[in-house]
Design a protein around this ligand. Structure first.
Ligand code: 5RP
Length: 236
């Protein structure tokens, strides 16, 4: 039996695909995570002729695998720098559609693929819906760092007020999580983030930081699957 959360993810993903992936689109960005599994499932229900003339741009090893397993054609941003629409999940979304991403350590590629798109759409379940970032997602802002700089970056993040910032450790492997780009992740909690643009700027300026999992002023629409089976659509 599908859980309420899984149903919520599916409803949000299906509605987003139905409303934003148009027959005229030929390049589609596909994010990462468990909600995106439903995005790909819905894409695979489209007319096969439409998928056959479309290139899909993955944002991680995981989403590339989903697309390839579905028999879809994959490309990259180097070949396709102009994407029609990108659909991705999020760890938390605020009232202005700023988002925390990177719970799956994929936010560097996700941000590049989102920024290359004419439209960036977020799909999530009700647990991700917040007024202010940091209300629901308390693990911290994911910060991708080059490995040799991790300790220096950690100290700087602590200096910026993230006292509990810590290196993300792997499960079933000794040592840290290593991203698809060969880097490490520091999770940096900043409490309630009332000014995400400032936190983004301050953290991104630290030497050794590759990308910060704050997506500010990027999403056009967010779809939240609700517990009662409905979908809340929030636009900018
Ligand atoms: O940013 C991400 C990965 O880096 C994901 O989109 C985010 O973690 C949400 O994942 P899920 O849909 O599994 O809740």
């Amino acid at each position: 039996m599908t859980s309420l959360i899984e149903q919520a993810k599916q409803k949000a993903a299906y509605q987003a695909v139905d409303e934003h992936v148009l027959p005229t689109h030929t390049v589609i960005g596909v994010g990462s995570g468990s909600t995106v599994v439903h995005v790909v499932a819905r894409l695979l229900e489209r007319d096969p002729a439409l998928n056959a003339k479309t290139v899909f741009i993955p944002t991680s090893f995981q989403s590339r695998g989903l697309l390839l397993d579905g028999g879809l054609t994959v490309g990259d941003v180097e070949q396709y720098p102009n994407i029609d629409v990108t659909i991705d999940g999020a760890d938390e979304v605020d009232a202005q559609l700023n988002a925390i991403k990177g719970g799956g350590a994929a936010h560097l590629q996700e941000k590049v693929v989102a920024e290359a798109a004419k439209k960036f759409i977020i799909v999530a379940d009700y647990r991700k819906d917040s007024k202010v970032l940091g209300e629901q997602w308390t693990k911290g802002v994911p910060v991708e760092v080059v490995p040799f700089a991790w300790k220096a970056v950690l100290k700087k993040l602590q200096g910026l007020g993230s006292k509990d910032a810590k290196l993300r450790m792997a499960v079933n492997k000794a040592g840290p999580v290593v991203t698809d780009n060969g880097n490490f992740i520091i999770d940096a909690p900043f409490g309630l983030i009332r000014d995400p643009v400032k936190v983004l700027k301050d953290t991104k300026l630290i030497t050794g930081v590759v990308e910060v999992g704050l997506f500010c002023n990027m999403a056009e629409v967010a779809y939240f699957g609700c517990e009662d089976g409905s979908v809340t659509v929030r636009t900018k």
